[in-house]
Design a protein around this ligand. Sequence first.
Ligand SMILES: *Cc1c(COP(=O)(O)O)cnc(C)c1O
Length: 805
Amino acid sequence: MTAERFREEIIDHLLHTFGVTPENAGDETYYKAVALVVSDLMRRGRSETEKRAKATHTKQVYYLCMEFLLGRSLKNNLFNLGLEESAREALRTLGVRLDALYDQEPDAGLGNGGLGRLAACFLDSLSTQGYAAMGYSLRYEYGIFRQKLVDGWQTELPDFWLPGGKVWLQEAPEKAVEVHFDGHVEEAWYDNHHTVNHKDYTKVLAVPYDMCISGKDGRAVSKLRLWAARSSDFDMKTFNSGNYLRAVEQNAMAEVITKVLYPEDNNPEGKSLRLSQQYFLVSATIQDIIRRHLFEYGTLDSLPELTAIHLNDTHPVLAVPELMRIMLDECGYGWEAAWDIVSRTVAYTNHTVMKEALECWNQDLFRLRLPRIYQIVEEINRRFCADMHGRGVDGYKVGRMAPLNDGFVKMANLAVVGAHHVNGVSALHSEILKETVFRDFYQEMPGKFTNVTNGIAYRRWVAQANPGLAAFLEKHIGGGYLADAAQLEKLLPLANDGTALRELEQVKRENKQRAAGYLKKAYGAVVNPDSIFDIQVKRLHEYKRQHLNALHILSLYLWLKEHPQADFTPRTFIFGAKAAPGYYFAKQIIRFIVKLGEMIDADPAVREKLKIVYVEDYRVTLAELLIPAADISEQISLAGTEASGTSNMKFMINGAVTLGTLDGANVEIHEAVGDENIILFGMTTEQAEALRQSGYRPGELANNHPVIRQALQLMENGFGGMDYKDLASSLRGSDPYMVLADFDAYAQARQRAEALYRDRQVWNRMCLTNIAKAGRFSADRAIREYAQNIWHADPIPQIPVNKKG
Ligand SMILES: *Cc1c(COP(=O)(O)O)cnc(C)c1O
């Protein structure tokens, strides 16, 4: 689209959609008008994609996830469609700055962290590579809460994102479906047929809101369908009898289902509302998929050949019994035939090995809320157990694998039983799955288990987030890397090119300055762009060990007080993390970090050397600003706890050096870059396990270690008007994530990092090598692996579309 044409369309939307003249429109209206121009284009692209997929009977990929952490869309879409220059020029002639419009867009925060961001990155790659794909999730009215720190304490504010965000959504009321809850099931024999009737249920209407997801160069456009809950009918009788509140209340009860995203990360929320959300997503989605399939092909027999349904984590696993329900109760299938189809259609990705994070639901709650689904789960369970017993599997083991056990519905077990493939998200994680949580299953059905290491939409994380680096890449290796991330390796010959390395250093320096400018503006924080930017941004969780980072900074502080003359490269430590609202201990860690930062700021003897910035409300848009500015990427989870991590990949491709443990995908980053280009420390998974087995005694360790002892004492004595006894005593007491055991190794690793950083040539070469080797962490590669090994799906063939239909 030319700038001229773009301009006309913007004006058209201003006048006719918003009723305002170009002269009177503000940035917010301009943002919406531009978004609508882009949306219109994408919708046309989407119908082309759908037409081509239909004409060629291309297998459809459906990606189900309770979270999609999309961030902003305008810039991404303009970039993918190659329209940024036209838009910029069109707006310039109207006296409007495109960059100012970007800031009008709220983040679509429909996710908590890595899981939801992965889903968003995957949709980008599905489009770019031309698969026939749809994502399904919920249209939460409130996304992930806005974090506000009050004297270091996290408070949560609602994130009402729709006013600015809904321009990207198109309501499709004609595609609404009903979802049924509660009631009871009646079974009968009727004319020799066994019939099942779900009676007296509550109906909730699921209304789709569609968002188009563009791929690079518009090869295909994917659709993200978000369901909103609506009361299915207004109870006129109750209203007319004068019971106004009750009538309105019934409406509100239905709509509450998609009111808020659960702000829990790696931790199940055992509430009935959460179960309702999961079933609501699944039931609406499966009905939608089946309707589309039947319309196209007239039978569900071909479902496994023509659709792949992917469950991102266990949250949408009720897709398995829901598919069974529709086939049995509504399509006349018998159990075996239905089960055969379902279990060849559904696949499942596991995201955690932490036992407390494996979802399970109280059987009674489940039965009351979803009576028919419960019956089906019972039958799946009965048949699975009978089959295992028949194969001579030991009774205890069958119990451990059963979807129903101990009064609970075990969602991960149901997922493994129903799926044809189960994958972990990094090589290490997939191995741990086979040895621990799914050990029993792995012994009985080894062929189901596989690995797909996570990946990122690197075009967003480099070409858009880091324009300086994008220009550097364009200059030295051309633009081919944008379609094929493996081409980043073309950088390797520059490893000894002093001029190129200094250019790269300059790119980083400008990004640090840009980030410093933001930190000044947003927090009044003065940071030195010549200091080492050492960044840990991710959800706050004990296993991620932000407290290891902070404890070490505290020890550095104490050391600098004693060694005022020491030769020391100034450091800026940047933290960004939200804690689950009910995770009290995590909130204490946040406050500890903030207060430590204040103590340092108040101390003229160290404040030129150390600086802590805790950025509020960490989200995708802040990640895009901060990650390109990082020298050091902190990936310090206890080995064996982080499934993969994806921010480690974002940092790597932006030329930061990983300082990390051999955990999650760090293991594969290490493989890719070699010993010289990563700073590893700490116990391996096996060593951590062995230490736990042999009896880990952190209290003793603390007492025998002068540095740790001194730091813990200071926490106990307090500073900044409060003490940090809870944190200190947890570390002394049980230290579940072995912070103290890894402390020395961490301190040494940070010293190595400083030494390496001071040799600019060496450090720049490390950065360059990390960028060059980051191609394998592209989401494009991950999607190709899913498509080939799990979904057995191909991209839509690039043939001219037959215009007849
Ligand atoms: C990538 C990303 C994450 C995931 O970070 P990890 O370090 O992999 O846990 C979380 N939040 C946001 C905003 C992200 O962009």
